[in-house]
Design a protein around this ligand. Sequence first.
Ligand SMILES: NC(=O)c1ccc[n+]([C@@H]2O[C@H](COP(=O)([O-])OP(=O)(O)OC[C@H]3O[C@@H](n4cnc5c(N)ncnc54)[C@H](O)[C@@H]3O)[C@@H](O)[C@H]2O)c1
Length: 342
Amino acid sequence: MKVLVTGGCGFIGSHTCDYFRREGWDVVAYDNMTKFELKRTGYREDAVRDYNWNLLGELGVERVREDIRDLEQLLDRSSGCDFLVHTAAQPAVTISMEDPLLDLSTNIQGTVNVLEAARRHNIPVVTCATIHVYGNWLNQELKETETRYVREPAAVDENAATMRGNLTPLHASKAAAEHYVKAYIDTYKVRAASFRLTGLYGPQQFGGEDHGWVANFSIRNVLGWPLTIYGTGKQVRDVLYATDVPTAFHAFFKNCEPGIYNIGGGPEHAISLIECIRLIDQTTGKPSEIQYAPDRHGDLRYFICDIHQAKTKLKWEPQVRPAQGVPRLIGWIKENRSLFST
Ligand SMILES: NC(=O)c1ccc[n+]([C@@H]2O[C@H](COP(=O)([O-])OP(=O)(O)OC[C@H]3O[C@@H](n4cnc5c(N)ncnc54)[C@H](O)[C@@H]3O)[C@@H](O)[C@H]2O)c1
């Protein structure tokens, strides 16, 4: 079996390559290695950029430095594959606001090219959407406790309203890409799925303020750098540990039920920013230095996925709770401290 993973040198892409190698598959990581978001993290960009590339080389993954916007390359490199996993993206709200055309070409044109490769090669494909496609209408329906926002019912399923509230170009590009997934399923019978992913975290994530908040907070605590909370810190997500994502991709390959799925931790994995920082502080044994700033445009205060559909149709469910996953992430950061700061 052979899989091509777009964005294979990114966070979730690298875990996906690792997972399928361990399952005995041939794996191609297809990545243009731009990594725009690294520029704003303050980490050692040169060392961080190559980290996953080198890791994948050691795992026997074929690495291809190409762009998903180049259809001919994508068709050529995916020829002979049994499965496409599409993780390449412009994933940050902030960058989408600064460069909406980059966001559009990467997230919409890039995704349509990947769907086209799946159609022409007649192979299944899974793409990464985000819970941002729901918009942020949930911001209006919340109560508060000392540490988190709460809502009844707690979890939101795939039939809930999408794209309501205050939107950014990232909302638009991710939702448009997802519409194309459905269009390719309906029109061409492509065996495709769009996974609406929630907040992901784990090793190999170089999270900054733009993207990857659990990693950002953990890295800053370990390095002794201050961190910024935008808003109250009571924002809630059902976070999902990195190794739980490739098992969902594989579950789709095995069960091949096309459609749109929430892929998150569900209510049992929900945590607020304040609660997450407390867990980080407990794990490292030192308090985080916290600064507060106002909410940012487009910020989502609350989201917990209802993952019932993924459990029944894909027979998938997450395994790693935050109390286990956050210490593992921190262990990796400590081992790789020199990547972040000299
Ligand atoms: N990390 C999260 O918390 C989260 C949450 C919800 C959804 N998602 C989605 O999951 C997917 C993976 O996210 P991630 O955190 O692993 O992102 P990431 O930024 O770590 O990885 C994306 C990879 O795509 C590559 N890439 C960007 N543009 C490309 C192009 N034009 N051609 C080829 N490669 C390109 C980058 O170099 C990078 O290695 C994205 O679609 C993202 O929107 C992530």
